[in-house]
Design a protein around this ligand. Structure first.
Ligand SMILES: NC(=O)c1ccc[n+]([C@@H]2O[C@H](COP(=O)([O-])OP(=O)(O)OC[C@H]3O[C@@H](n4cnc5c(N)ncnc54)[C@H](OP(=O)(O)O)[C@@H]3O)[C@@H](O)[C@H]2O)c1
Length: 272
């Protein structure tokens, strides 16, 4: 089933497969720069996660998660040198309440993405960066990422004991001079580490960290045409921004079927 392009070429029918892959995000940034992009799926009323009463954990609402959006998620992951996530994600992973960290193309329908990475000269899987102040990162969750370089970025109050524990488990630790990891600090670290494309898959706090210092370049947002309600939820941004961040629409597609209707939007951050 094809998508209907709404912007910039309204009326064209386009295929879902390779919609984002053909962007070649790994080649966007010039030498010595990095492209940082984020991706969310949200309901019309803005929910990216809801509280699961049984587990007591927040997670992506099951009624909006779907394979077609997941294909695009995988295409974005395929173009990344590194995926940026949060410690909270690892805590959920250890409890079996999060999807296994993001190996690209593990199921047969995504095998083309592994092949594509090979053709592009990229590592088999993107590296992983974890942002955390608490350093409460279960080692059992790190073990699930064998074969991938894992870096943990933290603020200056981090416990030396926890740093040692993570280093012994094979993680690369970077302690920032600031209380928390800052957007500009993270961007510099990515550049110094030689990354050219970074895919941020964490939630609203890491997103705010990037937006506050305007280091996010692109936001990919799937809006599922569903109203969810519920009182305990996350949206894609929390906390305070000193000034509003303005976005410019780069592309918009409608994916409409009897079971799933959604809009795939890509925005660029306007630098002010
Ligand atoms: N629908 C979607 O597309 C989508 C996408 C992503 C996430 N989600 C959902 O959103 C919910 C929240 O996700 P998340 O837990 O990844 O969210 P998050 O709010 O980005 O991450 C929170 C954790 O990240 C660390 N952190 C954030 N900013 C930091 C900074 N500047 N410096 C140091 N550490 C920092 C902290 O870890 P410590 O506590 O260890 O210090 C904090 O507890 C989850 O339920 C997830 O499933 C949905």
């Amino acid at each position: 089933m094809s998508l209907l392009a709404l912007y910039p070429d309204p009326g064209k029918q386009v295929e879902l497969n390779r919609l984002y892959l053909k962007l070649n995000l790994h080649r966007f940034a010039a030498e010595g720069h990095v492209l940082i992009y984020a991706n969310y799926i949200a309901s019309i009323d803005g929910r990216i996660s809801l509280l699961n009463e049984d587990s007591g954990e927040y997670g992506v609402p099951a009624s909006i998660a779907n394979n077609r959006d997941w294909r695009l998620y995988q295409e974005l992951a395929a173009q990344s040198g590194v995926m940026i996530t949060s410690a909270r994600y690892f805590r959920q992973l250890a409890k079996g309440q999060a999807q296994d960290l993001l190996p690209v193309g593990q199921q047969p329908e995504y095998a083309d993405l592994l092949e594509w990475r090979r053709e592009q000269g990229l590592a088999e899987q993107p590296d992983v960066v974890v942002i955390s102040n608490s350093l409460d990162i279960p080692l059992s969750a790190l073990e699930k990422l064998q074969g991938r370089k894992i870096s943990v970025l933290t603020g200056c109050a981090a416990s030396a004991e926890k740093i040692d524990r993570l280093k012994q488990a094979g993680a690369h630790l970077s302690v920032f001079a600031t209380d928390s990891v800052t957007g500009t600090g993270l961007k510099q670290w990515l550049i110094q580490s030689g990354y050219r494309s970074a895919y941020m898959i964490a939630g609203p706090e890491v997103h705010r960290t990037l937006l506050a210092e305007r280091v996010l370049d692109r936001l990919f947002l799937t809006t599922h045409l569903t109203l969810l309600g519920e009182n305990r939820f996350h949206t894609l941004l929390s906390g305070i921004l000193e000034s509003p961040v303005k976005l410019q629409l780069e592309s918009l597609y409608l994916d409409q079927s009897a079971t799933n209707s959604q809009l795939f939007a890509q925005y660029a951050l306007q630098q002010d």
